[in-house]
Structure formats: structure tokens, C-alpha cells
Write a protein that binds this ligand. Sequence first.
Ligand code: 13P
Ligand code: SF4
Length: 305
Amino acid sequence: MLTTREMQDEIIRLKKENDICILAHAYQSQDILEVADYVGDSYGLSVLAAKSPCKTVIMCGVRFMAETCKILSPDKRVILSNSEAGCPMAEQMDKELVLELKKMYPDHSVVAYINTTSELKTVCDVCVTSSSAVKIIKNIENDKIIFIPDCNLGSYVQKQVPEKDIKLFHGGCPTHIRITKKDVEKAKSLHPNALLLVHPECIKEVTQCADYAGSTTGIMEFAKKSDAKEFIIGTENSIVQHLQFECPDKKFYVLSKDCVCHNMKLTTLGDVLSCVKGGGEEIELSEQVLKKAKICLDNMLALGG
Ligand code: 13P
Ligand code: SF4
């Protein structure tokens, strides 16, 4: 049996030999981040997916991220590192429901969180991520917006962009909603000098207590640059481990021990090794889905600049 180090060396050798780029979301485990060519949030991964010169991309994350990569780079082979890894929020709304909403509000633009299926993106106008939502919604010409499906991110955006009429439908992240206001009170009383950094997928009552709200990359950058020495982190708990690893002179505390995304944890280093050897699931989407969903993602990259 190979050690972690031997597996990593083999992955690095094979990815170079076979012109493969490995993209990893920041919620992946440390051993995977170490072999990735790029680690970041959903927006960063999308930009890289569109730019990467490699013929094959392995996405270590969840299905909608691999689909996004395929839509932005249709000529590449895009491999999802573990085919069971999906985002439950991405399945919360279907195309028919969005078409109904469009009939009810024909003068509204439909803004979809990137955590949606490629099928759903075909009937939306523009995608956003947690790091780009405020900027993109400000940049959309239309003042009437339907925002789907994360009502917590949507309500955070409503607060930042009060001049627009933003209607929220219909769900949220089952991982981040586990964090409660009580968790905030407890963590603050245990660590009174720590800054509270949270993801806007958290409920409103949590986000409004934060010293900073932003994407996974945003949280990490904030903590690294800050002069403060202690931080309570309100997002998937792997970020606490990564920050502690990168900033050993600072202290990081989990806001809730329950904030663990099991889907993001499905991919193992063994899966990545199997992918560079030709395994994993290759993402295939119909021509029609590729063409229509691309409009929504191209608009995101243009407006998110
Ligand atoms: P970001 O990495 O864009 O902050 O998104 C978090 C997330 O939940 C991804 O599924
Ligand atoms: Fe989906 Fe939430 Fe997991 Fe992100 S953390 S992949 S939004 S379930």
C-alpha cells in the first residue's frame, strides 16, 4: 500500500505526463490541496476552468463545479473526482419551477447561485457565487431580480443592495444552516477577543453578527491579512484546519462542530490518483445544455469581472 507522500508523488508525475490540471475547492482535505494546481472558491474555480490550458481537468469538489468547468471549457475532458459528490442545494429547484416564476414575474431577471444544476442554468439569466453576488447584482441593469435558490445568501445580498427589488426563492445550504445564533453567543463568550468570520450561506441571525462575511477564499484572505490573532470561523470546518496550518501564529476556532459538508468530504486522495490514471466520471452534457447554460456563466464572468 502506498503512503500519502507516495500517492501525491505519483499524482504529480502523472498529471504532468498527461497534461492534466487539478482544481480543488477549499473544502477539500489538505492532502488533496497539496497536489492541486489551483485551490479556491467557486468563482476562482470558474475563472480557472475557463482559462486553464490543459486538455484534461480533474475537479475535486462537487458535481455542479465539474459541470461549470465543462460548460466553460467544452473542448476539455472534465473529470469529477468522486461521482457521488453532489451539492444538495443544487437539487432544490427544478427547471419547471423556474419557468413558473418567470411567468409570474416576466419583467424580472433570474439570478442563480452557481450551486445549481446545469439544466437549471439553461433557464436563468446570470449566475453568481458568494464572492461575486453583490457586485454582479449591482451591475445588472434590471432593478427587478429573482434570486434562487439560497435564501440566506439572497437575504445577505438584499441588505447590501437595498436599491433593488430582490425576490428570494427557495432553499439553502443544509450544512451552513446548522450554525445557530446560540453557537455565536457561546463562541463569543469563550473567545471574546476573536473576530467572527462567516459564509453568507449562514442564516441571517448569524451573518449579521459577523465582523466579516464572504466566500471561502474571502474568509481565508481576511484572516491571513488581519492583524487580529484569534478568529471564530463560520463555514465548513476544513477551513479552520487549513487556516491553522497556514497561519500557525494565529488561533482559529470552529463556530459549530456540526458545520461539516459530507459531500465535500467524499473525495479522497485515492480518488484523485485513480482519476490521473484514467478513472473518475467524465462529465458529459448535451449540446443544448452546454450552449444555454454557458450564457448564464459568461454573464457571471463578464459582470463579476
Ligand atoms: P464558495 O467557495 O464560493 O464560498 O462556496 C462555498 C460552497 O458552499 C461551495 O459549495
Ligand atoms: Fe452544497 Fe453547502 Fe456543501 Fe457547499 S457546503 S457543497 S452549498 S451542501
